[in-house]
Design a protein around this ligand. Structure first.
Ligand code: FES
Length: 367
């Protein structure tokens, strides 16, 4: 193949033009004589190659199916199956998914090497911008390539490739499914299961975080801000404790009752003591920074700011909705209790969650 290196230098040097000199030094060697492949000249070799390619795609499909079977049947974790000291699940899933991808790659390589068109072409360099004529020619070449690949004529290869590639969606589906329960799905029989509820319930005493002691309104001074939990939380263990605590944690503040702006907040408070979810409605960071004079609560992650005197209204930042407030009351012994669970999901928004305003939520409590 020779390249057209001609260009206008703008000077008459009195020498040969550059392309003429180059051509004189480096004559175009042309193409070596074409060697036909066995599959180009032997119909049986061609059929054999076709079966080889289809076999590779078929084995890929088997590996994908095995991936799904191992995913469902092999135990993971510390009590799971092991294989030469390694987690058998990891070994099996890695091996089968790797094989599925490798075999498709090998099949495509064999297809190209043995069955696709084997014409050698030479092409002169041309200006980068494509002309209409070139585009037409490109399309024609593309169509010719498709024709030569035999994708239309070789249904066995085509269908086995399509089948093995389509099956590769299965690992993605089963792994995505493992990301967590759907919002309306309640997994497990434990208190506060699911995204819509916590373990707070009517009459549950409010206790201090860590120590678990119940709280009287008289124990709290104006300006105090502290973390609290539902009574009984610390009776739970392991994953149940973690899940319950991650949703039920609250932050409490006592302010001057005259500072309270919203009626809902006033109705759900006790002598100026309010309780809100501690989980930011943006992406779920625990909130803790209080601006004492404004009763604004700041999330340290992205600076969302909520007004605790006004139903947890967002006054700044990326949070898309207010901080859920826990309705508070007092029991016969004077301890603070919840009047109900939160009346809306706590934490970050998710699809299917309700988008009620605090006053709508309050109406539900009354009814
Ligand atoms: S998590 Fe609170 S502002 Fe982003």
């Amino acid at each position: 193949m020779s390249a057209d290196t001609s260009h206008d230098t703008g000077h008459d040097t009195g020498h040969l033009p550059i392309n003429a000199a180059t051509d004189a030094l480096l004559p175009d060697p042309g193409l070596a004589e074409h060697q036909w492949r066995p599959t180009d000249v032997d119909a049986r070799a061609e059929k054999r190659a076709e079966r080889q390619v289809a076999t590779l795609f078929g084995l890929s499909a088997v590996a994908t199916v095995l991936f799904v079977v191992f995913y469902i049947t092999l135990k993971t974790g510390t009590d799971g199956h092991t294989f030469i000291g390694l987690g058998a699940s990891n070994v099996a899933l890695g091996t089968t998914l790797g094989l599925a991808l490798l075999l498709i790659g090998l099949g495509v390589i064999q297809w190209a090497r043995k069955l696709m068109g084997d014409h050698e072409i030479s092409e002169q360099r041309h200006p980068a911008a494509s002309s209409e004529e070139d585009r037409t020619a490109t399309l024609a070449a593309l169509n010719a390539g498709l024709e030569e690949s035999g994708i239309g004529r070789r249904p066995l290869v085509r269908n086995s490739l399509l089948g093995s590639v389509a099956l590769l969606a299965a690992p993605a589906v089963v792994m995505l499914r493992d990301l967590g329960p759907l919002p309306n799905q309640v997994v497990g029989e434990y208190p506060g299961a699911g995204l819509h509820h916590t373990i707070w319930a009517k009459g549950t005493r409010v206790v201090r975080d860590v120590v678990g002691t119940p709280i009287k309104a008289s124990d709290i001074e104006i300006g105090d801000l502290f973390n609290a939990e539902p009574d009984g939380l610390f009776d739970l263990e392991g994953a149940e404790l973690q899940i319950a605590k991650s949703k039920a944690a609250i932050v409490m503040l006592r302010m001057d009752p005259d500072d309270i702006i919203s009626d809902v907040t006033r109705n759900w408070s006790v002598q100026g003591i309010v309780a809100y979810s501690k989980i930011c409605t943006h992406v779920g960071c625990p909130i803790s920074l209080n601006e004492r004079t404004t009763h604004h609560l700041l999330c340290p992650c992205h600076q969302s700011t909520f007004d605790l005197a006004d139903s947890g209204r967002v006054v700044f930042g990326p949070a898309g909705r207010h901080l859920p407030q826990l309705p508070l009351g007092v029991d016969d012994e004077g301890y603070l209790i919840a009047l109900s669970d939160f009346l809306e999901p706590v934490g970050p928004s998710f699809w299917e969650r309700n988008t009620k305003s605090p006053s709508e939520v309050a109406k539900e409590l009354k009814s």
